[in-house]
Design a protein around this ligand. Sequence first.
Ligand code: NAI
Length: 801
Amino acid sequence: MSVAQYFQTMDYAPAPEDDQAARAWLERHGASFGHFIGGAWRAGVSGEQFTVHAPSTGEVLAQVAQGGAPDIDAAVAAARAAQPAWLAAGGARRARHLYALARMVQRHSRLFAVLEALDNGKPIRETRDLDVPLVARHFLHHAGWAQLQETEFAGWAPLGVIGQIVPWNFPLLMLAWKVAPAIALGNCVVLKPAEYTPLTALLFAELASQAGLPDGVLNVVTGDGRTGAALVEHPDVQKIAFTGSTEVGRSIRAATAGTGKSLTLELGGKSPFIVFEDADLDGAVEGVVDAIWFNQGQVCCAGSRLLVQEGIEARFIAKLKRRMATLRVGPSLDKTIDMGAIVDPVQLARIESLVQAGRREGCDVWQPSEVALPEIGGSYYPPTLVTNVAPASTLAQEEIFGPVLTAMSFRTLDEAVALANNTRYGLAASVWSETIGRALDIAPQLACGVVWINATNLFDASVGFGGYRESGYGREGGREGAYEYLKAAGWGKGALREAMPIAAPAAAANERLADYASGTGFVDRTAKLFIGGKQARADGGDSRAVHAPSGAPIGEVADGNRKDVRDAVSAARGASKWAQMSGHARAQVLYFLAENLSARADEFAAQLARRTECDAAAAEREVDASISRLFTYAAWADKYDGAVHMPPLRGVALAMNEPLGVVGIACPDEAPLLALISLVGPALALGNRVVVLPSESCPLMATDLYQVVETSDVPAGTLNIVTGARDALLPALAKHDDVDALWCFGLARHSMLVERESIGNLKRTFVDHGRRLDWFDRSAEGMTFLRHAAQVKNIWIPYGD
Ligand code: NAI
């Protein structure tokens, strides 16, 4: 036999990793665990436990406490008690603790890797080479943010107690993604691991305590969805950070609506893997392996939809099938396997039933006959390729969360973009082309938070991760991830006023008004809506009277309804030109707008004085502040431009700030001109199109604006103004699936309505919970608003051969 023949006939022998240390840890605890609260183990109050299995074999690993409300109470109390001292310790001290945690993970890396593989069923190769090193990296990186917090996040404060709920697909890595930034920046945490995979979180909490992490900074309460729900509902939790299914994400959004809790959601995905005909095909085949068979496809950003350019489709699929035949499925501790077990029989059944649905819909399902599944009691599913898939079919739309790849073809780049974006999700995408211009051309057109060019599933603590659309909101990692655990210091109670004082009508203002009255005819004229660049009558033809605070009639505005909101949203959706314009071009338009407003400042001040019955000086001050704010956002338009990250690989990641799309904005009653400009300004500056509901009591300041808008080169549909009853218009905006974000300032009940009604398409919301902002204050301008007006897309570009 020749050496070549010998190699071809060689087979793999099992190469099991030694699991003694992990077994010894389980035994030390009698394979029975309580919660880890306030630096100590505590039995669950109810005494109820659930069983944790090894997915590879079905073997019982441990009994773990099922947490209830009393356990959550105790954990939140411990976190709350610990937080002041943890914050007072200062960033430099916290940095030392996080650095110690990174070292602790490195010292125990083998134990963590083995326990994670046992508990989750994923290959030890992955836990050893990816999960655990990335966990250490996350703590190390965030030690740095703690060290730099005072200077880099000056003016920002931690939120307090954070409730974190993580899934089972990356149990320890998700813990790190959540815990590291939260505690680095001075918060304390109650973490609820997933019920299938709680063990590494418990090990981590125990070892963190031994490494000197103060009691109560990190608390772990185990249990199922009921435990998670109790954490979500706890009144002393200031923020919920969740990773998991879109369905549960929605229920958490509904449960936290109106409570003032911050929320970040990392949800599902159906990410495209796009291969152009000029791609390195062998490289792309290996990419597919990492995209969909990594962690058995149980990855939120798995490249589960293969889109191949038509000319290479047959060749690529043939290569892929050959590669699939060489994949090895086996128990997680075998170092030679490519794919391990599915986490639980429930998940396995879900995958099977989805694939069955695909078969019924006429898809072709292919599984390599060469790949044998181990018969050792675990939950296994073979690598699967599905072709003949219609874009609207179940398998092309539903997240399968298993090792199942669906394949489709496209002809042109535009078609690839259309197919890629044809999903309610927007987490990630992978683009394969040797032409850098093409790859960088398509990346901004993909509606998702992460794009990997000629790569897939790259993660790093310095690069933000998170989705667009129904994949959730908020970012983890990077500077943008750090902000998710902070609040602007001025955003708290300090800078907020109970009510804006309304002064008595000033004689001087009334006198000056007489100069303008003849031209505008206050009472006779009904101000129309402003939709698609044109003044429009309200659909119902109705109007509503507007009064000054004293009750004096001052005019009429159109009484818009749901249909008008729909028209305004559709005009805004169509005005995509604004998003495509350069920041430079947008800056020019906004400068022009500010100049034109400035030219009419006296008129606006006089109208404002009359309509709000404030004195002339106050009105002038508000108009001046509005003009100045508009100039400020004109200045920002070409400056809020992202960053280049340098993660530890040969390559860069471009963090680009992109507009959200169509933003609905409901303005408060106070400071009717300044508040409107303060909200519309940042949204427009960053390329969003806006549907604004102006102050309900003083809408005429907004309707006066359209003459200014019309003369300022603002493209039609970019800014739309709908007047009418807030209680009728706001739900229509909140429920509209073509509105990407909704900002609401004014009454607390409106904030709650917005948060509750926005769950359909998981809009990004930005609300004041009825705490009146001082619109003249510096805190009503700048970063907080810009951050809400953009979403970050990270484009990874590895380079070299
Ligand atoms: P899930 O969303 O139910 O579970 C994730 C976490 O949320 C777990 O810790 C769970 O205990 C907790 N949870 C469940 N209900 C809750 C509630 N009402 N309030 C608060 N916390 C709650 O995910 P599951 O059932 O394990 O998986 C189902 C599907 O979800 C998967 O097939 C997959 O499609 C998707 N999924 C997506 C993940 C992602 O990373 N995006 C991770 C896990 C699942």
